[in-house]
Design a protein around this ligand. Structure first.
Ligand code: NI
Ligand code: MN
Length: 231
């Protein structure tokens, strides 16, 4: 499984299928791709309706024919905007698409759809995703504060990699995210959702240092947009 960082909270995860999570690309000057550069995608996942996560999901699904996966309310919005292949879910549930298991997990955050010209969509709750294929598991935390049930996510799904926000202000900062790593106990953690704007400026090396101080045996991998790791 290849996990490629596209910037902010966007990742391309490639195993037997190509998954795109939170593709905030066209309006992110730090992203390494534009939505139109993504020619192949099987599943597009959005953790919540905020523009820096839903991002270009709908355009990518239209360009590639990918299935859109999100919380139920967000899939209604996607359908209203022309998507026919959607899979709605809710916290605690798992779906399987062509051998890939996707579990929606809790995220402590808020949500709305930034485009409010269509009434009636709250955007649903924000979520995180655990994505599993064969014996590999990746936890994308979405936007969230620290919560103790991350321990359950670690115990139940044993993620190899956890993708954790460290930007603070809107999500966990480095100190909280290091503590999250302690609960999750993944082999690798990757910081995300920082340095996209001045409001979420962070030094990822500080996060690395804080995780190392906890002596978890967890490796911190700091990725620049375009970098990837393989598990
Ligand atoms: Ni958000
Ligand atoms: Mn965000």
């Amino acid at each position: 499984m290849k996990i490629e960082y596209l910037g902010h909270s966007a990742f391309r995860i490639t195993g037997s299928k190509t998954l795109i999570v939170d593709p905030f690309l066209n309006k992110n000057p730090k992203a390494c791709l534009k939505a139109s550069d993504i020619r192949k995608a099987d599943i597009v996942l959005a953790t919540h309706g905020h523009g820096d996560h839903l991002g270009d999901s709908i355009e990518i699904c239209k360009n590639t024919g990918a299935i859109f996966v999100a919380i139920h309310e967000l899939t209604l919005y996607a359908q209203e905007n022309g998507l026919t292949k959607t899979e709605g879910m809710n916290i605690g549930g798992t779906i399987e698409i062509e051998g890939i298991q996707i579990t929606a997990v809790r995220a402590d955050h808020s949500s709305c759809i930034n485009v409010m010209d269509k009434g009636g969509y709250s955007g649903g709750n924000p979520i995180g995703f655990v994505i599993r294929e064969r014996n590999k598991a990746v936890y994308h935390a979405g936007d969230t504060g620290l919560f103790k049930d991350m321990k359950l996510i670690g115990e139940l799904y044993k993620p190899d990699v956890a993708l954790l926000p460290i930007g603070s202000r809107y999500t966990m900062g480095p100190k909280e995210a290091a503590y999250a790593a302690k609960y999750i106990k993944s082999k690798i953690v990757v910081p995300m959702h920082y340095n996209t704007t001045h409001l979420i400026r962070q030094n990822p090396s500080e996060f690395k240092m804080l995780v190392n101080e906890l002596e978890l045996g967890t490796e911190v991998r700091i990725l620049e947009p375009g970098d990837y790791l393989e598990i």
